[in-house]
Design a protein around this ligand. Structure first.
Ligand code: 4NP
Length: 156
C-alpha cells in the first residue's frame, strides 16, 4: 500500500506523520511505501522545521532526510491513500482530483483515530515546543490507529 501524508507547508505535520509511518513500517516489517507533501509551495526543498527535527529525536524518529515538496496531481496516480492533516488541506487536494476514484483516496488522518469526527491536526508552526510535542504524540496515535484499522498491527 502507498500512503501520502499532506499538510500545508510539508515542514511540520506531514513530515512527522511520514516519519512515524516509515519508522513503524521498518519496526514491524510492513510493506508500505510512505511519503509526504504540502499543498503550498512556500518551503519546497527545505528540511522539516528545526523544532520538529529536534523533538522527533526524543521519540526515536529521525526526519532529517525528508525534503519538502508540493502535492501534485500525479500523486493521485502514485498513492492509494492520501491523508490530509486538516480540512483546508483536504479541500485543496480534492479540488485537484480529476474523478471520483481520486476523491475517494483523500481522507482526514484523524478519522483513523476518531472515526467520522473530522478532527484536525493542529498547525504547530506559530506555537511552542509543547505544541510540537502534542502534535508528535497525536500523530503517533493516529498512525497506530491507521495500522490497526488496516490489520497491519494487532494492538495500538
Ligand atoms: P505544516 O505547517 O503545514 O504542518 O508544514 C506550516 C508550515 C509553514 C507555514 C504554515 C504551516 N507557513 O505559513 O509558512
Amino acid at each position: 500500500m502507498r500512503i501520502l501524508m499532506v499538510c500545508l507547508g510539508n515542514i511540520c505535520r506531514s513530515p512527522m506523520a511520514d516519519g512515524w509511518l516509515r519508522h513503524k513500517t521498518k519496526q514491524h516489517g510492513l510493506n508500505l511505501e510512505v511519503d509526504s507533501a504540502g499543498t503550498a509551495n512556500y518551503h519546497v526543498g527545505k528540511k522539516p522545521d528545526h523544532r520538529m527535527r529536534r523533538l522527533s529525536l526524543d521519540f526515536g524518529v529521525s526526519i532529517d532526510e525528508l525534503r519538502a515538496r508540493q502535492f501534485s496531481v500525479a500523486d493521485f496516480d502514485n498513492y492509494d491513500i492520501i491523508f490530509a492533516m486538516d480540512q483546508n488541506n483536504e479541500q485543496n487536494i480534492l479540488q485537484l482530483a480529476r474523478n471520483n476514484k481520486e476523491k475517494e483516496k483523500v481522507k482526514l488522518l484523524l478519522n483513523e483515530l476518531h472515526p467520522n469526527q473530522n478532527l484536525e491536526v493542529p498547525d504547530p508552526y506559530y506555537g511552542t515546543d509543547a505544541n510540537f510535542k502534542e502534535v508528535i504524540e497525536l500523530l503517533d496515535h493516529a498512525t497506530d490507529a491507521f495500522l490497526f484499522n488496516h490489520q497491519l498491527i494487532t494492538k495500538q
